[in-house]
Design a protein around this ligand. Structure first.
Ligand code: PHE
Length: 352
């Protein structure tokens, strides 16, 4: 399927390509669905094999944002920005500001923030050119990465409870010690969980070993690690035909977006008896942080809602197990029902 066919298939409202030879900017902004509000979603920067791969990533990730917002009860639609390039080499102020002007031209239809390869400081640069970005409120003590990690911690706590365990006697294998993974590792260590960590950058691993007493494992071997929970906090698509047979964990719960290569891989996990905390349920903390930044709620209330991700996941796991269905299928069904009800209500009000 070509990216354009996929956009049709997934039901995107709008897909924008922004190019600027002067700054070297090549970016894609995908707006999936704005039924519940203007689209929200971070912007990621990474190298892609081709521009088509970048478009496909934006399409899939923006759809996941729609689902995330519905599940978390955030009145926003789903969108995502993707900048093609190496964040270590190509990320200049000119590039970020040119991208930000593109966000500004959308006039608020898309609100963005940090994601893989784009950190709070980069968003601060963008903020000089558009008000439709956020990473942390000036008055907040926690930024969006802190809140994302907190939500994942609560999701892991809920999973442990479901397995009849608690965090203090849980072994978690963390893939990726980036903005969210590193914070999650710290939170888990504070709860006395046992950690095994993997990252492509050896310094990050060194730091977790030295500071948190974590064990290390090669990035490629993390799938074979015997642990209670495998927590993916880096790339998407890592739950696939090659990796699932290798897993030696009881549950997969992490912050990475679009962990399942395809939905059927959630069924494979289920068939292997491995619990899967659907990524868009688990990683909604970053999106919730937006409510704080735009002044819709205060920090205490946002922290409570992020902690509530644990309860949302518990309910989902309970209901899925009662019904004998994989949790990701149930989550999708809940979201799709809510979305169609909202769409019907909108149509009703258009006619009236
Ligand atoms: N990047 C976050 C995610 O994938 C979402 C986010 C949006 C974070 C806006 C901050 C601001 O869920």
């Amino acid at each position: 399927m070509t990216p354009l066919e996929l956009a049709w298939e997934l039901g995107h409202e709008e897909v924008l390509i922004i190019q600027d030879p002067l700054s070297g900017l090549r970016a894609v902004i995908a707006i999936h669905d704005t039924t519940l509000g203007p689209a929200a979603g971070g912007t990621r920067m990474r190298i892609y094999p081709s521009l088509d791969d970048a478009v496909v990533d934006a399409l899939r990730l923006s759809r996941a944002m729609t689902y995330k917002a519905v599940m978390a009860g955030v009145p926003r639609g789903g969108g995502k920005g993707v900048i093609v390039g190496d964040p270590m080499r190509d990320k200049t102020r000119l590039l970020l500001s040119t991208y930000a002007k593109g966000v500004e031209r959308l006039g608020g239809r898309f609100h963005t923030g940090p994601d893989m390869g784009i950190e709070a400081g980069d968003v601060a640069v963008m903020a000089r050119f558009t008000e439709h970005v956020s990473h942390s409120a000036p008055w907040a003590t926690l930024d969006s990465a802190d809140l994302t990690a907190l939500g994942v911690l609560e999701a892991i706590r809920a999973t442990a409870r479901f397995l009849g365990r608690n965090l203090a006697d849980l072994h978690v294998a963390i893939q990726g010690l980036g903005q969210v993974g590193s914070r999650l590792a710290r939170l888990l260590a504070a709860e006395k969980a046992r950690l095994t960590v993997a990252d492509l950058e050896p310094e990050r691993v060194e730091q977790a070993v030295a500071e948190l007493g974590a064990s290390r494992v090669d990035p490629e071997a993390v799938y074979d690690t015997e642990a209670d929970v495998f927590s993916p906090n880096a790339a998407g698509g890592i739950l696939n035909d090659a990796t699932i047979p290798r897993l030696r964990c009881r549950a997969v719960v992490g912050a990475a977006n679009e962990q399942l290569a395809f939905p059927r891989h959630g069924d494979s996990l289920h068939a292997r008896g491995i619990l899967f905390g659907p990524d868009y349920v688990v990683n909604a903390g970053g999106l919730l942080s937006l409510l704080l930044e735009v002044g819709e709620t205060d920090e205490e209330a946002v922290i409570q809602r992020v902690r509530g991700i644990g309860g949302t996941l518990s309910d989902l796991l309970d209901r899925a197990s009662t019904q004998g269905v994989p949790p990701h299928r149930l989550a999708d069904r809940i979201v799709e029902e809510r979305l169609s009800a909202a769409r019907r209500a909108h149509r009703g009000s258009d006619v009236g």
